[in-house]
Write a protein that binds this ligand. Structure first.
Ligand code: ZN
Ligand code: ZN
Length: 248
């Protein structure tokens, strides 16, 4: 399975997973032309995209959806999130958390799980192709047991490591309402929360971990990395030996 993080962060998120000559996108949160350019750089042909799976309808996850109309790609989202995307009559695919969303003749199987974020009905996804499982867990204020169960056994984990809690607390540019939102149970994952989730998920079988959606104001790539690496070291796992970690 080829994993290309085409965009990551509050300016936009888009992830491409490719196997068996087909690609799925998780979110399309940068402008269509940017996605087209990055697909080209990644060697992916837009007509090979068999679905765009939306986690939630915030602009940094859906801004590039005109891509779907141009290449006639089915879009999948929950009923709650469709409300913010376009008219419900235009549903391509309806996502129900806890269920399989798509099962294709190319061997792809995509399922959704409930996440906790300040949109109507946010989800994360697990994607399987050829017995390779990838979990995608973006904007969420917490990771609960059901989410861990859905993501268990993943070969690759793409998860947000949004902020360092003390950096948010000390940020003088942010009003207290914004700080409270970020830190709430329906905000974003801190480095510590992400590290705790990874400690539950990683088994030391060479998992590939991608830390994404880092805040440019409230996080530093090295801090996100060290928090995860330290937590996994306490579980007995060494980076480069038991798992591989990339910070986007
Ligand atoms: Zn969001
Ligand atoms: Zn976001």
């Amino acid at each position: 399975m080829k994993i290309d993080i085409l965009a990551s962060g509050s300016a936009g998120n888009c992830i491409a997973l490719t196997a068996n000559g087909k690609t799925i996108l998780i979110d399309a949160g940068v402008a269509k032309t940017k996605i087209e350019k990055r697909l080209l750089e990644a060697g992916i042909s837009a007509p090979d995209i068999i679905g765009i799976f939306i986690t939630h309808a915030h602009a940094d996850h859906v801004k590039g959806l005109p891509l779907a109309a141009k290449y006639i790609i089915p879009v999948y989202a929950t009923d709650g999130e469709w409300k913010s995307i376009r008219e419900p009559e235009d549903h391509d695919g309806l996502v129900r958390p806890g269920n399989t969303v798509m099962s294709s003749s190319d061997g792809w199987e995509v399922a959704a799980f409930k996440t906790y974020h300040d949109s109507y009905e946010p989800v994360g996804y697990t994607a399987n192709c050829d017995d390779y499982k990838v979990s995608i867990c973006l904007d969420t204020g917490k990771v609960d047991d059901d989410m861990l169960e859905a993501m268990a056994g993943s070969h690759a984990i793409i998860i947000e490591a949004n902020h360092d809690e003390s950096m948010v607390e000390q940020n003088e540019q942010y009003p207290s309402s914004v700080k409270a939102r970020i830190l709430s149970d329906i905000g974003h994952l801190s480095n510590e929360q992400t590290a705790a989730a990874l400690s539950q998920l990683v088994r030391g079988r060479g998992e590939r971990i991608y830390l994404t959606h880092l805040s440019s104001n409230n996080n530093m790539p090295e801090l996100a990395r060290m928090t995860a690496v330290s937590a996994l070291r306490r579980c007995g796992f060494t980076e480069g030996k038991h798992y591989y970690l990339e910070v986007l």
